[in-house]
Design a protein. Structure first.
Length: 264
């Protein structure tokens, strides 16, 4: 179950037209002391895929759905929960809210099948297991390089308590002491409260923080709105739509690999 989430009235940045720069490198600003990485899509990815896992576990309970059927249902269900987080919960969250969120997504994907609750239980446990997650190839080397350079490193994710178990089995995340998940902070990205809570934990000013993430709104725009530095990881070179790339606006600092993070 990958993380998702939209914005809130007090923290959602206005997404105007932006121009992407697929930079060869991103020079880490001299003021930065702490670098936080988003989790899913930035440093880890699920194996099998979300649609693959949903399909396999659904079949285990007698529900036959292809990945082609699951994918659009999943996106629609995720969007509905994002809207709830933004308009009803106003960006606030908790472990119980995250469970409720994913229970609703599973129920929508399997269209309220009688066994949907059992499918949810199995999926919740499936995505808690480290063996179902992979580290991107560029993470270990980059983590080591930045740690050797003296930066404080951490993870900042719209995830829940399961992320601890996952990180404990994926070096170098096993050594990461700074794990910030929305379910414990009490706020989801892109609220300003999420970023303020993390900066306060480090006792650092916003301009001393850098977020590296793969989501334009939740990671890049939200971090910039909070006064942080930010860089967008666009591994497949399609994070920014053609609609996004029109008009006159500030450049989005974009890299295709974490190897492009450069210590100045």
């Amino acid at each position: 179950m990958t993380n998702g989430g939209e914005g809130t009235p007090n923290g959602r940045p206005t997404e105007s037209a932006l121009v992407a720069a697929q930079n060869a490198t991103f020079g880490i600003p001299p003021s930065v002391r702490a670098i936080l990485f988003d989790a899913v899509g930035t440093i880890i990815w699920p194996e099998p895929s979300v649609a693959g896992a949903y399909g396999a576990i659904g079949r285990r309970h007698g529900v036959e759905l292809s990945e082609a059927e699951i994918s659009p249902r999943f996106r629609a269900a995720l969007s509905r929960q994002d809207e709830l987080d933004r308009t009803h919960h106003l960006g606030r969250t908790s472990q119980s809210r995250e469970i409720e969120r994913w229970r609703g997504i599973v129920a929508d994907v399997f269209q309220q099948a009688p066994c949907a609750e059992r499918i949810f239980d199995d999926l919740w446990q499936h995505f808690a297991q480290p063996e179902h997650w992979r580290l991107f190839d560029d993470v270990a080397m980059t983590w080591r390089k930045l740690s050797d350079a003296g930066y404080l490193l951490g993870v900042a994710s719209n995830f829940d308590d399961r992320l601890d178990q996952i990180c404990q089995a994926l070096p170098p995340l096993t050594r990461c002491r700074h794990r910030f998940v929305s379910s414990r902070i009490g706020w989801r990205k892109p609220t300003l409260d999420f970023f303020a809570a993390i900066a306060a934990q480090f006792d650092l000013a916003p301009e001393q923080m850098l977020l590296v993430g793969d989501d334009l709104e939740n990671d890049y725009l939200a971090a910039r709105a909070a006064g942080w530095h930010a860089v967008l990881v666009d591994r497949k070179a399609h994070a920014l739509s053609t609609e996004t790339l029109t008009g006159e606006a500030p450049t989005v600092a974009t890299i295709a690999t974490l190897k492009s993070l450069t210590v100045l």
